[in-house]
Design a protein around this ligand. Sequence first.
Ligand code: 6PG
Length: 218
Amino acid sequence: MIEAERIFDAREALAETLARDVADELDRAIEAKGRATLAVSGGTTPKLFFEKLSEIDIPWSRVSVTLVDERQVPETSERSNARLVRTHLLRNKAAAASFIPLAGNPDAARVAAFDVAVLGMGSDGHTASFFPGGDRLSEALDAESGKRLIEMTAPGAGEPRLTFTLPVLEQSGRLALHIEGAEKRQVLKQALEAGPEEDMPVRAILRSATPVTLYWCP
Ligand code: 6PG
């Protein structure tokens, strides 16, 4: 469920605060267990957040960065989330972090539990690669599937995808939902109403016991 809403007038302030909050959480995890794992989403929204986070001084050499989901394209493709993270996050101070790609990485499913996972949301109500009409959507949302990382194809997804499943996201130490714009605010409002998770799969996160902090600006 949404435990807290952090609303901002502008995307610069949102990106700075989200970056600070994520860095503080990673710092706490490193203090507690010597390491931290961050999972981020792709798409267009997180770029500024990535750039702000890359500049914050934490023990990045003790941080593993991975993706919540990935488009199954080469890293040279503009559509690659790995390319997005390598370009905008794994630079400056954060260049010292280790990166765990999903595409072509047989070990990706064995990544440690996420200390922080930052989710986005599409205007169709998807999050991660939990797309309406996804061929393995019910498996992705099934608490008993035993699956951690699965392939997904869906009408609205473009390329075939790889996505961590709902149980993996729910095990995160901290979940953030980062969306921007009036349209997505309206989509979130609709997702918070009653209705099937299959229609708006972000509902599975919103109805989960795992607390989510919403970060939004117009
Ligand atoms: C992806 C993301 C996905 C994203 C939403 C929102 O690979 O596309 O992981 O879940 O968060 O599609 O994308 P935008 O930020 O581009 O609206």
